[in-house]
Every structure is written in structure tokens, then in C-alpha cells.
Design a protein around this ligand. Structure first.
Ligand code: SF4
Length: 186
């Protein structure tokens, strides 16, 4: 079945998605949100972020797709050679973005993109490069936009809307790095 929409936007979480969707709407870009995030641990945290994403999409009347194949075990196995900070993130981006591209190809979207491009805490250049590589590999257009200047505004709006704001990136390792400050000093 073909999608009538042009762009599939991989979504990491509701606070980041909020401003990305505003910008896409302002630019008259027809899009659908796509949830696939096996990197969010533990499952209760995954569920909170997913529930908030769905709530936001419904409130704003935006079409969304949830790939609820959590895939925790596959994710851990794939990143396990590089549990080290940064190196594991490279694989983490690839897993999520490649899944998005495969879905976009299957349903004939013209473009794909990701809300990860709004966060100043992510490796923006690597995310961009990963998307460009996937674009070439699967012959699908990558919609690049540097959303980062709008990150703070988006977070503020999310707080005002009472959207759940996570305290760490996603994986269980990032949770330890966030709270075990004696061990991890970046
Ligand atoms: S820190 Fe974030 S980007 Fe890096 S592996 Fe963990 S969830 Fe993925």
C-alpha cells in the first residue's frame, strides 16, 4: 500500500518532535510521524515517551505510525561491541534510521528525516551523514533541516504543555552516565 504523504519523520520523543512538526507545517511539508526506538530503557520509560508522542500527535491531529517492535535484545546485541560513550551512539542512530528508511521505502514515501536533528546533545554531523548514506543506499531522498536553533523554544513549549520531559538520552548506559556522576565526568 502506498502512503499519500511525502515525508516520514522518525521521532525520538514528543518534546523534540513538537518544534520539528511546527516547522514542517509552516513550510507546507506533508509528513507522518514514525516511532521506532529500541534504544529507550527501561521499558517503562519507553512506554512513557511513546505514550506522550501519541498524545501529542492526537492533540495536534498529526498522522503517526508506531512500530512497537521494541527490540531491546537485538539492540543490545548490536551495540554490545561498543558500550563506550559515543561509539555505541553511532550504531544506535543507524539502527533507528535504517528501520525508518526501510518503512519509508516499503510505503513509497518520497523523503525521510528525523527529529534527532533538533537536539544539540546528539552528534548532529554523524546523524546527517548516516541519513545521507542511507539515502544513497536505498535510493530515497533525505530531507535535511538544522532544527537545532529551535531546540530551547521547543523544550519550553513542551513544558508548558505538560509533556513528559525525559532526564537522559535513552539507553540504560546513558541513564547511568546521567546519574552516576562520580563515575562519569564528561
Ligand atoms: S546515549 Fe542516546 S544515542 Fe547514544 S546509544 Fe544511548 S540512547 Fe542511543
Amino acid at each position: 500500500m502506498e502512503s499519500n504523504h511525502k515525508l516520514l519523520l522518525h521521532t525520538c520523543c514528543a518534546p523534540c518532535v513538537l518544534k520539528c512538526t511546527e516547522i514542517l507545517q509552516e513550510n507546507n511539508i506533508d509528513f507522518v510521524l514514525y516511532w521506532f526506538n529500541p534504544n529507550i530503557h527501561p521499558w517503562t520509560e519507553y512506554n512513557s515517551r511513546k505514550t506522550n508522542l501519541i498524545k501529542l500527535a492526537k492533540e495536534q491531529n498529526i498522522d503517526y505510525i508506531v512500530n512497537d517492535n521494541y527490540g531491546l535484545r537485538e539492540f543490545i546485541l548490536k551495540i554490545s561491541p561498543d558500550f563506550e560513550f559515543k561509539k555505541r551512539c553511532v550504531e544506535c542512530y543507524k539502527i533507528r534510521l535504517e528501520n525508518t528508511v526501510l518503512y519509508a521505502k516499503e510505503y513509497n514515501y518520497e523523503y525521510f528525516s528525523t527529529s534527532l536533528l533538533i537536539s544539540p546533545y546528539q552528534d548532529h554531523e554523524f546523524i546527517k551523514k548516516t541519513c545521507e548514506d542511507l539515502s544513497q543506499k536505498y535510493n530515497i531522498k533525505f530531507f535535511y533541516y538544522d532544527f537545532r536553533p529551535y531546540f530551547r523554544e521547543g523544550q519550553q513549549k513542551a513544558r508548558e504543555k505538560n509533556i513528559y520531559m525525559q532526564k537522559y538520552c535513552g539507553c540504560i548506559f546513558s541513564e547511568e552516565e546521567r546519574y552516576n556522576k562520580n563515575k562519569f565526568k564528561y
